[in-house]
Design a protein around this ligand. Structure first.
Ligand code: ZN
Length: 65
């Protein structure tokens, strides 16, 4: 007998997540999506700084063959 795991689509990002007691963020897929829905991300403290690539040259001393 196949154990069916109910799935639910995250209302925030649309990702399919498992609807189970293990998923404490249901119906969201993650804490992040839940926080977004709650509007917590409007708080500066929840802002994740965007890491900008510094355009570092790839110098590993290994010329392409
Ligand atoms: Zn999500």
């Amino acid at each position: 007998m196949v154990k069916r795991v109910p799935k639910v689509r995250c209302p925030q990002c649309g990702t399919e997540s498992v609807w189970s007691s293990e998923n404490k963020w249901r119906p969201f897929c993650s804490e992040r999506c839940k926080l977004i829905d709650l509007g917590c991300w409007a708080d500066e403290s929840y802002r994740v700084p965007v890491q900008e690539t510094q355009g570092l040259p790839e110098e590993d001393g290994q010329p392409p063959t």
